[in-house]
Design a protein around this ligand. Sequence first.
Ligand SMILES: [Zn+2]
Length: 304
Amino acid sequence: MLPIIYHPIYSNFPLPEGHRYPLQKYQLLKTHIDNEKWPVQTFEPEPLNSDTLKSIHDHDYVNALISGELPLVKMRRIGFPWSPNLIHRSLTSLGGTTLTVDKAIKHGVAIHLTGGYHHAHHDFGSGFCLFNDLILAAEHALSYPQIEKVMIVDCDVHQGDGTATLAKHRADIVTLSVHCEKNFPSRKPESDIDLPMPIGTDSHSYLREFLPCLTLALAQHEPDMVIYDAGVDIHVDDELGYFSVCQSGIAQRDQAVFSACYDHQIPVAAVIGGGYRTEQEALVPLHAELVLSALRTYYPHSGI
Ligand SMILES: [Zn+2]
């Protein structure tokens, strides 16, 4: 059974009417997976202890954000109004990405039905990201004796600026970001490997560039663990992405990442990442491709 990490709080924190964040997609995706009766086993995470955040984030930033004392201008940069539930949701989702690492190390693969907060920096958050779950999860993976190097493969359409900065001086965390060259964030600090692509990139061009880049990156860096941000905001109809990738392109991308990790016997913890549509139901089949690709690769006898 494929390990899936999910908590109902992912779709439950207060947002103003018409807010851009697709709050319901997490719950809609989980319901879809349940209805399809795919062979998955769901695990509910516990909130991450806030002291753990201080291993990568500034102490004052962590304390101010958790207690609701972060200046309004800094909350605006994050893009959410502060609430106790926002903090509880955030800590639970951070616990979720760490739990996804644990399950991936045990089973080879695991999927988190949220995560990918790659715009969270050392002492500030931005773009709907409070704390950087990808780096926290990488740190957690490195606490295992058999994991000496983690590669973060970030395929969200937006560049992983917070991740790049937080991993800048670390030889044990390799960052790869494939993104739109003209999109948020405007300032793009260097990842170990950046693969910027132009506005309008279609499935064919995307895969032609990304697949050899992934192969080379794995061969060069030989990571013991991959954390995969499978953002679907590369889709042609996404409201915050400017690519023209179709659903089949997303499926081929996810399949390629899982196949490569499977072939190299590298455990892979995947998070669903970004995906923005006013009609949030439309995101469900796109994110579901991640689950389907994992089932096809790791559970071929499931008949999926
Ligand atoms: Zn994104």
